[in-house]
Write a protein that binds this ligand. Structure first.
Ligand SMILES: Cc1ncc(C[n+]2csc(CCOP(=O)(O)OP(=O)(O)O)c2C)c(N)n1
Length: 186
């Protein structure tokens, strides 16, 4: 499955949630489908998208938060999983698009290319619900189940190491930041 196909499959659900993505390919691909004021693209800070999602989820318990992450980013800060599990926000779904690659900076293989299992690591960190899927149909079903489950989920989607032709979009970081802040306050 491509990540773009996976994103298209869940986009209708994303429209209603608070969404935080990590930077690079996933941010550009989500924006290519359609930006919304409830989408925030965390720049640069690999491994911290789940931490930002955690803060929002804890401060807005009546809303659901979806974090869209990358394997290289999660691997750069595995402690983020233990922090997520410790606070266990039941309104957070953590999706990790695992392309076994640092695609956004040239496609160097990550540790998942040599067998590291991020869903297994998340489970061992204490995340109560984890799964790995590798088809669009299974991803859509697992994502919808996670949204309705009422507990913290880390869902690893194995995707092809392909991405957009460019990562620069016409949405500037500051514009995204202020728009998202206003959305969260409204
Ligand atoms: C702390 C930090 N180190 C390095 C970078 C440079 N960098 C930007 S994107 C990226 C790769 C991200 O990999 P992954 O999360 O697997 O997503 P993919 O690009 O494969 O979609 C790197 C190393 C960064 N932004 N932040």
């Amino acid at each position: 499955m491509t990540r773009l196909d996976a994103l298209n499959a869940i986009y209708p659900q994303l429209e209603k949630q608070i969404v935080v993505t990590i930077m690079g390919a996933v941010a550009a691909e989500l924006q290519s489908i359609g930006h919304r004021p409830n989408f925030f693209y965390l720049q640069h800070a690999m491994g911290l998208a789940s931490s930002m999602g955690l803060g929002i989820a804890l401060s807005k318990p009546d809303r659901r938060v979806v974090v869209l992450d990358g394997d290289g980013s999660v691997l750069m800060n595995l402690g983020g999983l233990t922090t997520l599990a410790r606070y266990r926000p039941r309104n957070l779904v953590h999706v990790v698009f695992d392309n076994e690659s640092l695609l956004s900076v040239g496609g160097f293989p990550t540790a998942t290319a040599t067998g590291s299992d991020l869903a297994g690591i998340a489970a061992a960190a204490g995340v109560p619900r984890t799964a790995t899927v590798d088809t669009v149909t299974a991803f859509r079903a697992a994502f919808e189940e996670a949204l309705g489950a009422g507990d913290l989920t880390t869902l690893v989607a194995k995707v092809d190491a392909v991405g957009p032709s460019g990562y620069v979009t016409d949405l500037s970081l500051l514009e995204n930041r202020f728009q998202f802040q206003r959305y969260l306050r409204s």
